[in-house]
Design a protein around this ligand. Sequence first.
Ligand code: CP
Length: 324
Amino acid sequence: MSHNQLSANGHLQHFLSIEGLKRPLLTEIMDRAEQFSSISSQQVKKVPLLRGKTIVNLFFENSTRTRTTFELAAKRLSADVISLNINTSSASKGESLRDTLHNLEAMHCDMFVVRHSQSGAAEFIAQHVAPHVSVINAGDGCHAHPTQAMLDMFTIRRHKNHFPDLRVAIIGDILHSRVARSQIQALATLGVGEIRVIAPKTLLPSDCQTLGVHVYHDMEAGLKDVDVVITLRLQKERMAGALLPSAREYFQCYGLTEQKLSLAKPDAIVMHPGPINRGVEIASAVADGPQSVILEQVTHGIAVRMAIMSMALGSQAEHKEVLV
Ligand code: CP
């Protein structure tokens, strides 16, 4: 993946991957999201930053959280937003992705928010749009889900503040998880002290050691003294062949229960990007328990996506005028 996400003057044009982005930019996203968070709790949840801009949600794969929070974020920035239903679009009549894009561009769109089951789809689109159009990756295959990673970093910062002091464990299907890849890149860029992955060998990528993580196959050892526990769904739709004995056995070994969580620090937070599968990767008592910040992550998705969209489409001067 090689598309430049920054324009010639160094501003964010596309948001395709965390890879290659520097710490100050990730920090700016979180700082802006902090400002937008307060807007979401006002009676009138709108600012005129993207008034006159047109944003199209192009979701070729199912979504609840990402699609809805992108749509709400665009509306709160006063943009015109369309969520194209791919199942009822002319893609079902054989229209190619490139032709669909060019037709939407002819309607003078300013941004595409893209989710696709193929890794690299968002980058492909970014390479083929007009220069003034921004592309945001809302999840592509097993490759990246950078806005999810940023809302996760924002959630961690809200609770834990200083990244270098933290020990973070990511549990489960790392192999197929675009979220885990983006999280690991973001955690490393923000200087997190120790990043652990806990998974059976069959659910780890072959390049795991090069990601700069500590690998554990055992929950007891992996969870010891961590500050942040991130659980992941088994991505069955991306698994070719049987990589696991059964969901029941998986839960016994890798399901996050209250007992296993007690090995982490007492004030550890529990995160999950969703959708959660109760009784597979996480017990209900943990998902709904006092250490869970899973629904907070969803709420933060709006402010973080407002931040990213406004950085890609809005002017710095307008941002200062409206928010400072
Ligand atoms: N976290 C996440 O991407 O959820 P959705 O698939 O519901 O968008």
